[in-house]
Design a protein around this ligand. Sequence first.
Ligand SMILES: [Zn+2]
Length: 276
Amino acid sequence: MLSDRESDRYSRQLLLSNISEAGQESLVRSKVVIVGCGATGTNLANALCRAGVGHLKLIDRDFVELNNLQRQILFDENDIERPKAVAAMEKLRAINSDISIESEVCDFNAENAEPLVKGAKLILDGTDNMSTRFVINDIAVKLGIPWIYSGAVGTYGMTMTILPDEANPCFRCFLPQQPRPGALQTCDTSGVLNTVPQMITSYAGTEALKFLTGNPLQGGRLVICDIWEADFRVVRIAKRTDCVCCKENNFEFLTVEKCNLCTSLCGRNAVQVRPA
Ligand SMILES: [Zn+2]
């Protein structure tokens, strides 16, 4: 049962037939882990907090810098040099005190991935690098938790919902191996238009709300959008019969050796794949 305050706070989405009171109650009971509090992570956290997801966990090891303010919507000048996860948590608590929000100032890696996502109904990718996404994919498939990939660079973004089941592809079905260092564009080298993370997380956040309110999702759809060109396309991704992760269940990015290797190779360099 929603309280009178919740019925008022969420009244405009309760009116939507695809959410309604049952969907809202499901949202309030949900726990979501957001890995990364950069541009995509803060936009996703903002949407889920305002929509009333009952429990949010924010994970980020970085500190706010002046050049983040162009696009990372939960920070202002007073947050510079503060931990991103903590600054974002405090901003969100001021927006919605009816939900529970916690922060973890740490790297998301092979050693802590499992305890960090424990109890989550959904994991959202708010990172800026491929190495962490491979860790997210392994732990999500291992534990059977759906996750949503989001990436943004330049004027385009990509997102894909990964459903860890027999029928649907995982992230490694799309990208079997880590790209070589320097093979991908990054925001550090190519820049990013601040409307792109908003656009791509509008899609990813919608997927999250659909799932958390009990609506069906479709896996195997890589959504690519160049907002400058108004070019929006969906690419079908097939499940690989030889996928190391979702077919062989070899979760090699949850081993410390592989995880350390990928971090040292890729570091912060890998954000996004240029669509063919
Ligand atoms: Zn796979």
